[in-house]
Design a protein. Structure first.
Length: 227
């Protein structure tokens, strides 16, 4: 589904940390009903960009247009309570959001964590943490999902399930902005791609127009080479 309606618009974003320019005129439009991948080398500024979109960075220049009340997010590694189990982690959020307990069961089922019972998050594997972070982002059925490296640590079954979940979500009119280093998975999942390099969007648009099948990695390496 795509009606070219923007769900997120970043215009001319800039931010520096301790004199180091991280974003420098970064612009990107994420369209409704699309899975949009934000890619870039380590330290390129992807998480920073996510934080700006969420309104968590007051030092940034430029503008962001997004309906923040419609966003579910997992940014900068899962923010989870290690001494609580999965259900109680989610309950912290449902209480804050005024959601019913049934919503906890729904998202646990969606991410495949229904059977974790009393197990505390501190003894979760990386993939289980990623699943729980995704569950937090899904609470309340947001119309926009912002997911920072959600595939981290997922097993093949989890990766396939995430792919299907994101596609179903976008097909139903939801919007997904996802950051990832796993270009093979991006090639299978994304409709659009933005390559963040040197603080700017070196490319932003349809994935098909960016790279033919099988050439995403080489195109990415070409575009982000340090010259
Ligand atoms: N709060 C901060 N204070 C100082 N420097 C910061 C802060 N946040 C980010 N940076 C710096 O900004 C740059 C971009 O960081 P960011 O985490 O956005 O990159 P990224 O593209 O998400 O990287 P990765 O792919 O490695 O996760 C890095 O050099 C980082 O050290």
């Amino acid at each position: 589904m795509n009606n070219h309606e923007p769900a997120i618009e970043c215009h001319d974003l800039s931010i520096s940390y301790r004199g180091q320019r991280v974003l420098d005129g970064f612009s990107m439009t994420v369209e409704r009903g699309r899975i949009h991948a934000l890619v870039g080398r380590n330290g390129a500024g992807k998480s920073t960009c996510f934080r700006i979109i969420l309104g968590l960075e007051d030092r940034a220049g430029g503008t962001v247009e997004v309906d923040r009340a419609s966003v579910g997010a997992s940014v900068n590694g899962p923010a989870l309570y290690p001494h609580l189990n999965a259900r109680d982690n989610l309950r912290v959020h449902t209480l804050l959001l005024g959601l019913d307990d049934a919503e906890i069961d729904r998202v646990l089922g969606v991410v495949g964590l229904t059977g974790t019972g009393r197990k505390k998050v501190r003894s979760f594997s990386t993939g289980m943490r990623s699943r729980l972070a995704l569950a937090v982002a899904l609470l309340g059925g947001p119309r926009i999902l912002l997911l920072d490296e959600p595939q981290n640590g997922l097993d093949p079954e989890g990766t396939v399930a995430l792919r299907g979940l994101l596609r179903g979500y976008a097909d139903a009119g939801g919007t997904v902005l996802i950051s990832s280093h796993q270009l093979g998975e991006i090639a299978r999942t994304a409709d659009d791609i933005t390559v963040l390099h040197d603080g700017r969007a070196a490319y932003s648009g349809s994935l098909d127009a960016f790279a033919p099948a099988g050439e995403l990695e080489s195109r990415f390496l070409d575009l982000t080479a340090i010259r």
